[in-house]
Ligand binder design. Structure first.
Ligand code: ADP
Length: 554
């Protein structure tokens, strides 16, 4: 009973360890991970992250677009004529400036003393329009010139912007005009300059180019998580955000649908807004995909983890059982070694003392000594064979053998023991059994093991049957008894190493659990196998068969 309790304890400890150290943390991890994924889904965290990145990108883009506007205006201001130039000189210089800057529609230089000089881009130059502009600027700055100079000079850069949508014969257009003061010119009168962007250029070239450049840059190197998604951007009049979001001023390549995040532009392009989205997908779809992917991965990992735990549990369980079998084996074998040794010593000492006088008694003692030493040899042979098999070093010596004679001889050497133990031996060896190539010693050992088991595991009816016969192309050797038998579920396991059944008689009988595993190994090495038929309480029949035709080569 003791080893069972020990094993129970070990298993309980194992279950406890697995439970507390592995299963609980694993389940907690799985649970927390699923909760986390759920919270990502519930709080739309992925979308929020993407929108945050979008906002950051838009802020940067707005800065770049505005910067570019300022840069172009600044360049123009540098190339402006001097206040001391004549009107013609001014016109010539403005014309040169416009020729170099095709993005401007017209340029104006105003001097309160001399009036406004307007120059239009040559391709669109129109005298009437020039005259109109001259009048418009002259009137406007005639009134507000000084105020404007004061305002512009207060800014870090002496530039101010006027822009917005305006109606033209072709339709509504967006215009942007830079107005600048010249701090280096005399301050006694207002002197102002202006360049106005060509709406067509803004719409068809400036914004599309800027947007393509910005979307190509993407999120930059610092956020790689959206790498696979390509961006698209648009510029649209800000006040149409709600009323007419479908009327963009310009878009980058691959734009379709509505912006996910927008931001209005400041000077120089006040009145416009930029918007951003992914090409062909939305942050929501990405969020959904992320949640589905994460759940799938988590699911698969959980299944693997649980599978791993089950496997670990089973394998450790097996190891525990094997460890028990081994320790039982060691104690059984030591007992088995000790008993014959003690007997041999006892009878040899008795003989040595010379107290035994009758020959009959002496012979009995000699035979006991021989029998016990034979038992020892058989056991040691079993153990040696087993260790050779385990180490993969077991070799067989196949020779042409008269197997009927081999069986008869083996039984003869056991006959005395068998009969002495009160067993009825029924030996039936068919005549005309052909010779076969076998390892004599190994086959004899297999038979001895089967016979020994029949003797060991019989209690009421002491019968031993040994039958050798030919069954078509097979040679069969049967060893039967009418002993305790073997439960059905144990009939395959008894051939495993160290395995012993739970029967009380087996417990009280010494054994190593190696015999049948050796028998199986031996017969399989001969190209055959061993089978058992048994009814608990009625007896067992072990049949060892060898092929007659196909003999293993030596
Ligand atoms: P051992 O006899 O040393 O225990 P074996 O490998 O020869 O080891 O046998 C394994 C187990 O199979 C035995 O412990 C016993 O439980 C069962 N067994 C073997 N032969 C018989 C038999 N003839 N009748 C009943 N049980 C048997």
């Amino acid at each position: 009973m003791k080893p069972k309790r020990r094993e129970g304890n070990t298993r309980f400890r194992l279950v406890l360890t697995l439970g507390f150290a592995v299963v609980l943390p694993a389940l907690a991890l799985i649970f927390v991970s699923f909760q986390h994924v759920k919270s990502i889904q519930r709080d739309k965290k992925v979308e929020a992250l993407i929108h945050r990145d979008f906002l950051y990108l838009l802020a940067n883009s707005a800065k770049k677009i505005n910067g570019k506007g300022y840069e172009l205006a600044d360049q123009a201001r540098e190339a402006f004529p001097s206040e001391a130039d004549s009107d013609d000189e001014k016109r010539r210089k403005l014309d040169l400036l416009l020729a170099k800057s095709p993005w401007f529609e017209h340029a104006v230089m105003y001097d309160a003393k001399k009036g406004a000089v307007v120059q239009q881009q040559r391709s669109i130059a129109d005298e009437k329009e020039t005259a109109n502009l001259q009048k418009m600027y002259g009137a406007w700055w005639g009134l507000e010139g000084q105020y404007m100079v004061d305002q512009v000079c207060k800014k870090p850069k002496p530039i101010t912007w006027y822009g917005g949508e305006s109606d033209r014969p072709g339709g509504t257009v967006y215009t942007a005009t830079a107005i600048f003061a010249f701090p280096q010119f005399p301050k006694d009168r207002p002197i102002l300059g202006a360049v106005s962007f060509d709406p067509k250029y803004l719409k068809q070239t400036f914004f599309p180019q800027m947007l393509d450049e910005l979307t190509a840059q993407g999120f930059g190197s610092d956020s790689s998580e959206h790498e696979e998604q390509r961006l698209a951007m648009l510029v649209y009049p800000a006040d149409t955000l709600r009323s007419e979001p479908d009327r963009p001023l310009a878009t980058s390549a691959g734009w379709s649908g509505k912006p996910e995040v927008s931001q209005s532009l400041d000077d120089p392009f006040r009145g416009l807004a930029i918007g951003i989205k992914f090409q062909g997908t939305t942050a929501q779809a990405i969020g959904r995909k992320f949640v589905i992917q994460s759940s799938l991965i988590l699911g698969v990992l959980s299944v693997l983890m649980i599978g791993g735990l089950v496997l670990t549990y089973r394998s450790v369980n097996k190891q525990v059982a094997l460890a028990r079998l081994k320790s039982d084996f060691v104690s059984n074998v030591s007992h088995e070694l000790r008993t014959p040794l003690a007997l041999i010593r006892l009878y040899a000492e008795t003989l040595e003392l010379g107290r035994i006088t009758t020959d009959e008694k002496k012979n009995e003692y000699y035979s006991i000594i021989r029998k016990e030493s034979e038992r020892l040899t058989a056991l040691i042979n079993n153990i040696l064979d087993f260790s050779r098999i385990e180490a993969g070093r077991k070799e067989y010596d196949f020779r042409e053998t008269d197997i009927a004679e081999l069986v008869r001889n083996t039984l003869d050497s056991y006959r005395f023991q068998i009969e002495q133990q009160g067993f009825a031996l029924e030996e039936q060896i068919d005549p005309g059994i052909p010779t076969v190539k076998v390892d004599r010693e190994a086959i004899a050992r297999a038979l001895v093991n089967l016979v020994n088991n029949a003797l060991k595991y019989s209690d009421n009816e002491k019968f031993l049957g040994v039958r050798l016969y030919r069954d078509k192309s097979l040679l069969k050797l049967e060893v039967s008894d009418r002993g305790i038998g073997i439960e059905r579920h144990e009939q395959t396991r008894i051939f495993e190493k160290f395995y012993r059944t739970g029967d009380p008689l087996v417990h009280n009988t010494k054994g190593s659990g190696l015999g049948l595993s050796l028998v199986r190994h031996i017969t399989r090495a001969h190209g055959g196998d061993v089978e058992v038929e048994s009814i608990p309480g009625r007896g067992s029949k072990f049949t060892l068969w060898l092929p007659l035709l196909q003999q293993p080569s030596a």
